[in-house]
Design a protein around this ligand. Structure first.
Ligand SMILES: [Zn+2]
Length: 225
């Protein structure tokens, strides 16, 4: 799984998926997220939290407005591993944007963290949807990568999704064309990209976006958040 990609129309609806999308969706248990089920749906349906969406929406808007590619690193952890990805937003014609996602590295989680989105008015901690840090008091901490003490490992914790100050700044720089990565300073990539990300991007644009498959009457697949 070196590249996952999807193509958005001018309304930010998913009109095609590519790369290893279905393999990744099925291996992570998201049978409802296979391309047949997500094509035709708004990207907004797959982003947790209004703050997260407003940042991503701003990046998409800026890529269309400037006609330039935007790059941003983010984390998408599993229960067992911290994983960093690099996202490219590449504007095309008619307001289309290709969004491709490249695995940068994966490291074993120091603590197994299980999260669920909190119910309305339920006590919850904030979790950054870009770097996966959680806020304990005034501090944002990367507990998956660095460990932590609250709560006990294996416990399911209710969270609300937000964007931490560092990631807001990172997104602002990405819009300005000066992106910064989120690689930990002490770590070289554990699983280096198979090829240069630029090559992957070109491959994704030419070969790996599957033919347009518009969904007809798609309901709410079980994998949606
Ligand atoms: Zn963050």
């Amino acid at each position: 799984m070196s590249v996952l990609s999807y193509l958005l129309d001018q309304e930010n609806r998913i009109v095609a998926t590519g790369g290893g999308w279905d393999d990744a969706a099925l291996s992570s248990g998201g049978a409802g997220a296979v391309s047949e089920a997500v094509v035709g749906l708004p990207l907004r349906d797959f982003v947790s939290g209004s703050a997260s969406w407003s940042v991503l929406n701003a990046l998409l808007y800026q890529s269309r407005l400037s006609g330039k590619r935007i790059k941003l690193d983010y984390r998408c952890d599993t229960v067992d591993a911290a994983r960093a990805f690099r996202m490219f937003l590449v504007p095309g014609t008619d307001g289309m944007v290709l969004s491709s996602h490249h695995l940068l590295w994966s490291r074993p989680a120091k603590l197994r963290r299980l999260y669920r989105t909190a119910a309305e008015n339920e006590p919850a901690v904030e979790r950054c949807s870009f770097c996966n840090s959680v806020r304990r008091g005034p501090f944002w901490t990367d507990e998956v990568l660095n460990g932590g003490v609250h709560p006990a490992t294996g416990q399911v914790e209710a969270v609300v999704y937000d964007v931490c100050p560092a990631c807001r700044e990172m997104a602002r720089k990405a819009v300005d064309g000066h992106p910064e990565g989120i690689l930990p300073p002490d770590a070289g990539p554990v699983s280096a990209p198979r090829r240069d990300a630029e090559d992957d991007l070109r491959a994704g644009m030419t070969a790996q976006v599957v033919p347009l498959k518009r969904a007809a009457g798609v309901g709410s697949p079980p994998g949606r958040r």
